[in-house]
Design a protein around this ligand. Structure first.
Ligand code: AMP
Length: 291
């Protein structure tokens, strides 16, 4: 069956309601497009969990700061549509900016706590933009199962808070990180990397894997675990923005002399030249990133 394309919010919302009116269930996969196998894994998971899948493609301006890559972000709509079609996506919502932010739009959804640390600390306003657009998409989609990737682990936690705090009829499901064969977490931004930088970027997943291994063999001190990441990044001269250990649910940072619990998020953000890359592993829960 052909994927049905919507640019109107009202028509997309009506189509979602129609799925339920006819006795179906809806799986929702919000994306910014430039779809890769990580996105497609989310679509397949949504298909497994619901009778119909709605994907959305929207490069959301409010989650980019003025100095960030909103203008350059890859936009590959024709290829994206073909991938959605092949994956059996039923509804594809591709609004323009004015459709999601009409003139005069001034409402923002702000999450505190989980949104304030890690990427929230270095990208002020980013998660306000994320929470706002995802709330709008949730309102349009209505009752559904929404699938998000653990690649953006903090985003997932922010969205879980939004759905729960605002009592939205949305079940949020997390999907594991999908990686390239050499370990690099798939990302639309990997398209920015030259062949040499693409190679250097593997230092991130290598560092996470080393940290995973020492955690598995019993290490619970913070510094040796963070050093695994710092050392690998230094070897390839990647510029570390942060490497942090945090409670995997509240994202409260472990610091100082504290020792880790049996489950902890290890999150990294680093620049390879001008390309910002993020990656993470939940120690005590996830498999070895390089497995
Ligand atoms: P984006 O288009 O980058 O905003 O991502 C859309 C959704 O795909 C988010 O839920 C991401 O977490 C998820 N995603 C992106 N890359 C990956 C990946 N490598 N593995 C799993 N999920 C991913």
């Amino acid at each position: 069956m052909k994927v049905r394309l919507y640019s109107s919010a009202a028509q997309f919302s009506a189509a979602c309601q129609n799925v339920r009116a006819l006795g179906g269930t809806l799986g929702l996969v919000p994306t910014m497009g430039a779809l890769h196998s990580g996105h497609m894994a989310l679509m397949h998971e949504a298909k497994r969990l619901a009778t119909h899948v709605a994907a959305t493609i929207f490069v959301n301006p409010t989650q980019f700061a003025a100095n960030e890559d909103f203008g350059q972000y890859p936009r590959t709509l024709d290829a994206d549509m073909a991938k959605c079609e092949a994956a059996g996506v039923n509804l594809l919502f591709v609004p323009d900016v004015r459709e999601m932010y009409a003139p005069g739009d001034s409402t923002r959804v702000r999450v505190s706590g989980v949104a304030d640390v890690l990427c929230g600390a270095v990208r002020p306003g980013h998660f306000d933009g994320v929470a706002t657009i995802v709330t709008k998409l949730f309102v349009l989609a209505g009752t559904c199962t929404a699938v998000f990737g653990k690649k953006d682990y903090q985003q997932l936690k922010v969205i879980e808070r939004v759905a729960s705090d605002l009592k939205l009829p949305i079940r949020v499901v997390a999907h594991p990180i999908v990686r390239e064969p050499d370990g690099l977490a798939m990302s639309s931004r990997n398209a920015y990397l030259s062949a040499e930088n693409r190679r250097r970027s593997c230092a991130i997943s290598r560092g996470l894997s080393k940290a995973w291994r020492i955690f598995e063999s019993g290490e619970r001190d913070i510094d040796p675990i963070l050093d695994c990441v710092r050392t690998e990044l230094a070897i390839e001269h990647l510029q570390l923005q942060y490497a942090e250990l945090a409670d995997a649910d509240t994202l409260e940072l472990f610091g100082g002399q504290s020792r880790l619990s049996e489950r902890a998020l290890l999150a990294v953000a680093a620049y390879c030249d001008k390309t910002r890359l993020i990656d993470n592993v939940v120690l005590g829960e996830d498999l070895d990133p390089l497995q």
